[in-house]
Design a protein around this ligand. Structure first.
Ligand SMILES: [Fe+2]
Length: 351
């Protein structure tokens, strides 16, 4: 658990080989109501940082064993996230190398304080850095909560879809795996490919709103039933409209029945007007539908599915993505496990 409002006074660790500076720091901490630990060299400072768990670390730059920079770099490499996130203030001479100072600030150093400094200057820096550190900690907590709620929302949607229609569920599952592979083959990075995977998993989420007698009808749909079925795109789009961080996924849901030549629905977009993820889901969705059994028909032989995809390249499908799909299928090994695996959601850097 995070402790944002610990009532215990904050602990200041000062690492300096000058005993007068340590005494100065100790006096200041006592007056300001902080607890204080002093260390007279870099190694002792590192040990104290690991054992005493300070709230802020004051590091002298020039020390005989390890420099302040080396101690700071050790802190950054620490396996303990609490120590890595402890704010560090470097105590240094005015004449210090400015480029290096900037590099250390970029690496996460909280502040510099130039020697010689007085009581008020040191106290000001410590107070400011502690306030900043508390804000960062709050942000970290909020980010964690936002991630958790995103993953929970995605899980909830998938669970509902799977409960409503196991047939759609299995299709979405297979489509998701294959869509991720095609996305990687098309040059997307891992994160974008995972987003495509989530989009493919949820592309038919709006089918939750389609009556079951239409959704599971063991035969061709009438004109009216087809119109109802087509509404799944809008239902899905509406369902995701208020969910944070679902922008790209929502595009895949909204546009996955658009056609490359403008003959699709609901907006009759064409070509590159259709977002890439939606074009990709469209091709993979069609392939998986053709090669899976349906209540109203048996699966097509693979060669026939390939022939139909090739025939649809440039009319229904983005021709480049049809090629990417064929490339992918030439080496693709589908997962044997048919059950849904949502573990990949943890790897999505959405927040
Ligand atoms: Fe669909």
């Amino acid at each position: 658990m995070f402790e944002l409002n610990s009532r215990q006074p904050k602990l200041v660790l000062m690492v300096d080989d000058d005993p007068l500076q340590i005494e100065f720091g100790r006096t200041l901490a006592a007056r300001a109501g902080y607890r204080f630990v002093g260390a007279d060299c870099g190694r002792a400072g590192l040990r104290a940082a690991r054992e005493a768990r300070p709230d802020v670390i004051l590091l002298d730059y020039v020390m005989p064993d390890l420099t302040g920079k080396q101690v700071f770099e050790e802190i950054l490499r620490s396996p303990d996230p609490a120590l890595r996130n402890t704010p560090v203030i470097m105590l240094t001479a005015q004449s210090a190398n400015r480029d290096e100072q900037r590099r250390l600030l970029d690496a996460g150093l909280a502040a510099y304080l130039y020697k010689p400094f007085g009581y008020h200057e040191l106290l000001n820096v410590i107070d400011n850095v502690l306030v900043l550190s508390r804000m960062r900690e709050r942000n970290r907590i909020l980010e964690t909560q936002a991630r958790q709620s995103f993953v929970a929302t995605a899980r909830m949607l998938v669970t509902l879809l799977f409960a409503k229609d196991p047939c759609t569920a299995e299709h979405s599952n297979m489509t998701a795996d294959l869509a991720e592979a095609v996305a990687l083959k098309s040059g997307l990075n891992e994160q974008d490919a995972l987003l495509v995977k989530l989009g493919a998993l949820l592309h038919d989420i709006g089918k939750i709103g389609v009556p079951e007698n239409v959704l599971c009808k063991p035969g061709a749909l009438t004109h009216e039933e087809m119109a109802l079925m087509r509404l799944h795109v809008e239902y899905g789009d509406d369902a995701l409209s208020g969910v944070p961080h679902m922008g790209e996924v929502r595009e895949m849901v909204r546009y996955h029945h658009e056609w490359w030549d403008g003959g699709g629905y609901p907006f009759r977009l064409r070509g590159a007007e259709i977002p890439f993820g939606a074009r990709l889901v469209s091709v993979v969705d069609a392939f998986d539908s053709m090669t899976s059994d349906r209540p109203y028909r048996q699966r097509l032989p693979r060669a026939e599915a390939h022939r139909r995809l090739r025939a649809g390249a440039g009319t229904q499908f983005d021709p480049d993505l049809v090629e990417s799909l064929f490339d992918t299928l030439s080496t693709y090994e589908p997962r044997r496990e048919r059950s849904i695996d949502l573990q990949f959601l943890e790897g999505l850097a959405v927040v």
